[in-house]
Design a protein around this ligand. Structure first.
Ligand SMILES: NC(=O)C1=CN([C@@H]2O[C@H](COP(=O)(O)OP(=O)(O)OC[C@H]3O[C@@H](n4cnc5c(N)ncnc54)[C@H](O)[C@@H]3O)[C@@H](O)[C@H]2O)C=CC1
Ligand SMILES: Nc1nc(=O)c2c([nH]1)NC[C@@H]1CN(c3ccc(C(=O)N[C@@H](CCC(=O)O)C(=O)O)cc3)CN21
Length: 292
């Protein structure tokens, strides 16, 4: 099943994002989480691709394992970071040999410790170039790209960022997966803007339930998502109570997801990030037009 088919065949797509653990304990926890998540029959599970080389093969191993052991389609994240075009092509060949048919084509983050992205000599600079590269070598694979309802932090204006997203769509993307966001109105405005620009591929909402205030502050600082003041205040008030934070985060996500469903969003991509419990609780509570 390729990304394109998912949103054509199903009234509502559900997908999960995980990352390759760095420790053995992390591997064990992820496997346990995957057993529970795959029982929800997601349309696909995506696996992130770390900067600097170490987890790039792990991404492919995990994707292959998900397809082999759980019979769920996998999507491999793929970035331009630190690779020449030749290295990117070699990785694509390796992915093809392992039977991976879906990719999330990203530019990638600047390596830790540096604030701006720099393409390597003989490498690629923007995600639209990566979409082109994948399409030229494997015309039929599924390709997802990232979209930013609250603007990419490096983009000077929303208009410019939208122009760049349209470049990725024109290069052959099958669906847009948004950066995580907590203000639905920003998502709806973004969706309307894309419609105005005649973008017709699905715009899938990227949702990350808050399970821990400190962690979400770290993540939103990295990716630019805005935490609503009211929600931040509620979380702040229970700083020393992990269970209360989880309850607030899950409750918020349930309401957020239900409104997205009610407003006709094509799918939700959950940033599970190896913590499955909150997403399971959300899936239990939200009325989704499909059987899960
Ligand atoms: N699930 C994930 O792993 C996600 C990762 N990300 C990360 O977000 C970062 C950005 O990645 P992408 O969105 O794929 O990058 P991108 O290449 O689409 O955009 C990066 C920046 O460059 C600008 N830009 C894009 N194309 C351009 C062009 N042709 N000419 C001039 N400027 C251009 C954009 O407006 C944006 O500010 C990466 O760090 C990516 O890994 C973002 C969302 C989800
Ligand atoms: N700019 C950007 N880069 C990304 O990689 C990215 C986004 N945005 N937006 C959505 C998701 C969030 N991503 C994440 C977020 C957190 C972890 C994470 O929790 N990692 C480990 C290790 C972190 C560390 O090494 O410090 C963790 O256990 O916290 C992984 C991927 C990947 N995606």
């Amino acid at each position: 099943m390729r990304i394109k088919d998912v949103y054509e065949k199903s009234p509502f797509g559900i997908s999960f994002e995980i990352f390759p653990p760095k420790t053995e304990a992390g591997d064990v926890a992820l496997l346990e989480g995957l057993q529970r998540l795959t029982a929800r029959s997601p349309d696909f599970i995506s696996c992130t691709y770390g900067a600097g080389g170490s987890t790039q093969d792990r991404t492919l191993e995990l994707c292959e394992m998900i397809q082999r052991d759980f019979q769920i389609p996998a999507t491999a994240h793929f970035t331009c970071v630190g690779s020449t075009i030749e290295q990117l092509n070699n990785w694509l060949d390796a992915a093809d040999l392992r039977g991976i048919q879906n990719f999330m084509a990203l530019r990638g983050d600047a390596p830790a410790g540096s604030d701006s992205f720099e393409a390597v000599s003989g490498g690629l600079k923007y995600a639209n170039e990566l979409v082109e590269l994948i399409r030229s070598r494997f015309p039929d694979v599924g390709i997802g790209v990232a979209g930013y309802p609250e603007k990419h932090p490096e983009a000077s204006t929303m208009e410019f960022d939208l122009d760049n997203l349209v470049r990725k769509v024109d290069a052959g993307a099958d669906a847009i997966f948004t950066q995580l966001f907590y203000h639905n109105e920003n998502f709806f405005r973004f969706r309307d803007e894309l419609e105005r620009r005649s973008v017709s591929i699905p715009v899938v909402a990227g949702i990350m339930p808050i399970t821990e205030f400190a962690r979400i502050k770290r993540i939103t600082a990295m990716c630019g998502a805005i935490i609503p003041d009211g929600l931040a205040g509620q979380l702040e008030a229970v700083q020393d109570d992990a269970e209360a934070q989880r309850a607030i985060g899950v409750d918020y996500a349930i309401k957020q997801c239900q409104q997205l469903v009610d407003e006709g969003v094509r799918g939700i991509h959950f940033y599970v990030l190896n913590k499955s419990e909150a997403c399971e609780r959300i899936l239990d509570a939200v009325q989704i037009p499909r059987s899960v």
